[in-house]
Write a protein that binds this ligand. Sequence first.
Ligand code: KG4
Ligand code: ZN
Length: 427
Amino acid sequence: MFAYKASAQQGTRMFRAKILSKCAFRRKMSSRLVLGIETSCDETGAAVMDETGLILGESLHSQKEVHMKTGGIIPTVAQRLHRENIGRVVQEAMERSGVTQSQLSAVATTVKPGLALSLGIGLHFSLNFVKLHQKPFIPIHHMEAHALTVRMLQPVVFPFLVLLVSGGHSLLALARGIDDFLLLGQTLDEAPGDTMDKVARRLSLIKHPKCSMISGGQAIEILARDGDRLKFLFKPPMGAHYDCNFSFAGLRNQVTMSIQKKEEEEGVEQGTLLSCVNDIAAATQHTVASHIAKRTHRAILFCKAKDLLPSCNPTLVVSGGVASNQYIRKILKIVTDTTGLHLLCPPSKFCTDNGVMIAWNGVERLREGKGILSHTEEVNYEPKAPPGCEHNSRSEGGSYQTSTIKAEGYGLTFTYVHIHIIPTIYH
Ligand code: KG4
Ligand code: ZN
C-alpha cells in the first residue's frame, strides 16, 4: 500500500513537471478538462485530466491499512473514511493540476457498482460540486473504467478482449466500444482478490514480517516466490464447465481445510503462522492463476471461432488489482503467445482503484458525447450493476474443436473440446 502511494506521488511529480513546460500549459488551456472521482470501495481518489489523457493532478487516499486491522471492510467505516477524506483529496488533485473549478469541462464519478455507502459519498459530493459550479456530470461504471484505462496509455482500438480481475470483480468481455461490452464470463461466487485476501487473513499473514502492510493478494504473491506449490494440490475449479465463468469459493474452502489440517498436525491454534505458509501461498496462487488462464484461453478461442477480434494485432487487456500479480501475468503471457494475441496490462498503480481511470473514462465519454448529464439531473448510485442480463440478452452458444496449450514449467496443459458460451450485452 505504501509502495502504491509512493508510486502515485512519483507519477504525479512526473506529470507536474510536465505542467511546468510551456507546451503542456498551452495544451491545458486549449483542451477540455475533466475531474474524475472514485469512492466505490476503499480508495478515495481524484484526478484532473486533459482531453489527451495527460494527468494534470491527482490524489489518492487508501483505507486498506484500517480495513486490514479490522479483518475486512466494514461499510460504515469505509463511508466515514470517504466522508473525512473526499474534500481534501479533490482539493489536492485540483491544486496540483493548477486548474480552477470554472476551467473544468465536466465531473466524472463512479456511480456503480460498489459498496452503497461508499458510492453515496462520492456521488453526493459530486452532485453538490456540479450544482455549485454548474458543470456537466458524467456517471461512470467502475468496470468500464478499469477496461478503458489502457487506452489512456496507448492507442488500443476496439474490439479487444478484456479480463478484469480484482477484489470485487472477475469477468471476461469483448470491448466493442466505450460503452459496448459483450460479456463472455463472470464469477459465480467471489472474485479472485477477495479469495486471496480471505486466505491471507486465515493464514494471519498480517503477522508475517514481509506482509504486515500489504494487501492479501500481494502477500500471497510475495510468499509464493519462496514456496513449493506441489506440496499442496488443490482441485482446479469448474473443470467440467465448458464456459468462461469463474468460481473461487470452492478453492477457498479447500485451502481453509488444508490450513485446518496443518494446524492440527502442528498442534497450533488458529492465528499462529504456519511453517508451510509459503507453500500454501504458492499452491493457492497457482490454482487461481491457472483457473484465470484457462477461462481466458477459452474466451480467446471463442472469439477466434466467431471472428470477433481483428486479424491485425488482436489484443487481450488485463486490469484490476489482481492484474498486478506477476505470476498471473506470466501465465497469461503463455496463453496469448500461443494464441497469437498481444497482452497489455496497465502498470500496477493504474490496475488498482484510482481517480485517474475515472477521469479518463470521463474523457472518453466527453469525446464521444455519451452519457453526459446536466447539473440539474437526478442521479442515483447502483451498488449492484451486474454486467448485462437486463438489456439485449442473447445467446451465441456453440461448440468448437479447439487446440491444446502445454506450458512446461508451470505444469499447465489446457485442452478443450467444447466451448459453451451464453454471452450478454452490458453497459
Ligand atoms: O482493483 P482493486 O484495487 O479494488 C477492487 O476493485 O476490488 O483490487 C484490489 C484487490 C485486492 O483483493 C488485492 O488483494 C488484490 O487486488 N491484489 C493482488 C495483488 N495486488 C493487489 N492480488 C494478487 N497479486 C497482487 N500482486
Ligand atoms: Zn476496481
